[in-house]
Ligand binder design. Structure first.
Ligand code: SF4
Length: 350
């Protein structure tokens, strides 16, 4: 049987990851959210550090969002951290600290989609819910020899139905992990290792010799290049940070003032003026770029020295220590390093 062969392989080959064998819903949830858009190897380094700072859902719910961002720093896609925090507040408050124990209930939490709901429900609550990530879609499309585009909703629905039918009543969480592991180690995108595949006997694509052509993926949307002007505004031995709007990219995070669409120094200076920061001509800094899911920021940076900046709720000046403690998006890494070097030099010159 498909499930028996797969689980036997899983028992012999499961990767030893920090969250393997875990059955605490909170800990599984954290690992699954971290894994959404970040590589397993990277997540392994963050998982324990995050849990030692926020050991349970109450600790996470009560934490200041800045602390959560700080622990998330480097994982990227910060909306995940924001949603995790919001969801923790719902679980700790409205739900009395108990995570929903069905995929349907989990789906109501911010940041929990189909895949994550299936993963938590199956691993923490032994529900027979398939968690379909990219690896599982690839394995299923090959086993079932699905030739239609897997980007189509109807096709994914069919895959989910067929995949769920393959799941055993017992060990549904292990089945999901086994499917993901198989996709990650054996049924890889290019040159699948069919010779060492535990479910080869059930694989229609392999029997027809078309496994390398599947899955049929939708065309990748083109990433849009966007010019962005970044301002390092110094006042004394402090540099300006502003809080980004609550909606959109890097929502609610502290960052250097940055302006999408600004093509040069003049645009940046004018944008600063609009926010009430009067500065003379800026000094050109390094260029940098950051790749988001659907866009690429082509950044040009400038340094400004001003006498004063009015600090408000969404605007603060930080010294070297404050900069080190701030959780800034990875997109600004090059400018953070530049600002740090400048502040360090200013401190040495004292
Ligand atoms: S036989 Fe090959 S294509 Fe089929 S599931 Fe196994 S590795 Fe993938």
């Amino acid at each position: 049987m498909f499930d028996k062969e797969l689980l036997a392989w899983h028992d012999a080959h499961a990767r030893d990851l920090p969250w393997c064998g875990e059955n605490d819903p909170y800990r599984i949830w954290i690992s699954e959210i971290m894994l959404q858009q970040t590589r397993t190897e990277t997540v392994a380094g963050y998982y324990h550090a995050f849990l030692s700072e926020f050991p349970d859902v109450f600790a996470l719910a009560e934490a200041d969002i800045e602390r959560v961002f700080k622990k998330w720093e480097g994982l990227g896609y910060y909306s995940r951290a924001r949603n995790l925090h919001k969801a923790a507040q719902i679980v700790a408050g409205e739900l009395g600290g108990r995570m929903p124990d069905t995929a349907e209930g989990l789906l109501k939490l911010p940041g929990v989609g189909d895949y994550t709901a299936g993963a938590i429900a199956s691993m923490a609550f032994q529900r027979r819910e398939l968690a379909m990530d990219g690896n599982v879609v690839r394995v299923l499309s090959r086993v079932l020899c699905e030739r239609r585009c897997v980007g189509e909703t109807a096709v994914r629905k069919d895959l989910k139905k067929a995949g769920t039918a393959l799941m055993p009543e017992s060990r549904p969480g292990d089945f999901n992990q086994a499917m993901m592991g198989l996709g990650n180690m054996v049924c890889v995108p290019v040159h699948p290792k069919c010779g060492s595949c535990p479910v080869r006997a059930y694989c229609r694509a392999e029997q027809e010799g078309v496994q390398a052509e599947l899955p049929k993926l939708p065309p990748k949307p083109e990433k849009k290049n966007l010019p962005v002007g970044v301002a390092l505004v110094f006042s004394g031995k402090r540099v300006l940070l502003v809080r980004r709007p609550d909606e959109g990219l890097l929502a609610g995070m502290w960052a250097f003032p940055s302006f999408e669409g600004a093509r040069g120094e003049k645009d940046v200076r004018e944008a600063l003026k609009e926010m009430g920061v009067d500065a003379g001509k800026g000094v050109k800094l390094t260029d940098a770029q950051h790749i988001f899911t659907h866009r690429v920021w082509k950044m040009k940076g400038y340094r400004y020295d001003v006498r004063t900046v009015g600090e408000t709720e969404g605007r603060r000046l930080v010294d070297l220590r404050g900069l080190d403690e701030a959780a800034l998006p990875t997109a600004f890494r090059a400018y953070r390093t530049a600002a740090r070097d400048m502040l360090e030099r200013m401190t040495e010159e004292e």
